[in-house]
Design a protein around this ligand. Structure first.
Ligand code: ADP
Length: 213
């Protein structure tokens, strides 16, 4: 998106149009104590950039484009650590049965799995259902057997932009991403899980931004 830097006078013009639309250029100039000629270049920039709409013989309207750039402006400045939630994590040795109980108790759709504190996998509702209808003995099998395993886990770093998280969720068709930090353990590098970004977190941004705009 092309960013335009508006002058103070252009911002004032937008405010006047928003409050009085439709409004003619004479009326805008009068409210600002300028001549029409002075504000003509400002009106040209504002209509060319799509912020204002000019209708002949009617006047200027506010197009609402500013609200859209407010949305993108806010999203551009939001990182994963601003929106992440608490992850639910179990050890690989946890039985499938206990992991299902955790899923219900914590009211989540997926659980992250670790071994010695390092991310090794993700297990979701569908993984549990698939194995349950397959007749697996849920009390004997560790969750590590049925999970999606590293290196196939899609992760995100806390400093990444929230839009990246949304794109990864859509592209990989998953409900959530573990937020991770790279750590060294026994001379091997791995990921420590420090949060979770899910479709719910992303939808919440949408509602919050609308309420604050
Ligand atoms: P659900 O099972 O509720 O539809 P998902 O769409 O998140 O939840 O999971 C679908 C599949 O993708 C499951 O097999 C799960 O193990 C796997 N999965 C979930 N999250 C991730 C992720 N971040 N990276 C890789 N695989 C994942």
């Amino acid at each position: 998106m092309i960013e335009i830097q508006l002058s103070e006078r252009q911002e004032k013009i937008i405010d006047i149009v928003r409050a009085n639309q439709p409004i003619t250029s004479e009326e805008i100039a009068k409210q600002l104590n300028f001549t029409r000629a002075t504000i003509r270049p400002d009106l040209a920039i504002l209509t060319m950039s799509g912020i204002l709409d000019a209708r002949p013989k009617v006047g200027y309207f506010y197009s609402g484009k500013e609200a859209l750039s407010f949305f993108s402006e806010q999203i551009k400045n939001m990182t994963v650590s601003d929106i992440k939630s608490v992850p639910i994590v179990v050890d690989e040795q946890t039985t499938v049965y206990d992991a299902i109980v955790t899923l219900f108790l914590e009211d989540v759709g997926s659980i992250y799995v670790t071994s010695d504190g390092i991310l090794t996998g993700v297990v979701s509702r569908k993984d549990f259902l698939k194995n349950a209808i397959g007749g697996m003995n849920l009390n004997n099998i560790p969750v590590g057997v049925i999970m999606t395993r590293m290196p196939n886990i899609i992760t995100i770093l806390p400093g990444e932009n929230v839009l990246n998280a949304a794109i990864k969720i859509i592209e990989h068709q998953v409900d959530s991403l573990p937020v991770v930090e790279e750590v060294e353990k026994n001379n091997k590098s791995g990921y420590k899980v420090i949060g979770k970004v899910s479709k719910t977190n992303i939808v919440r941004i949408f509602v919050d931004l609308y309420n604050n705009s």
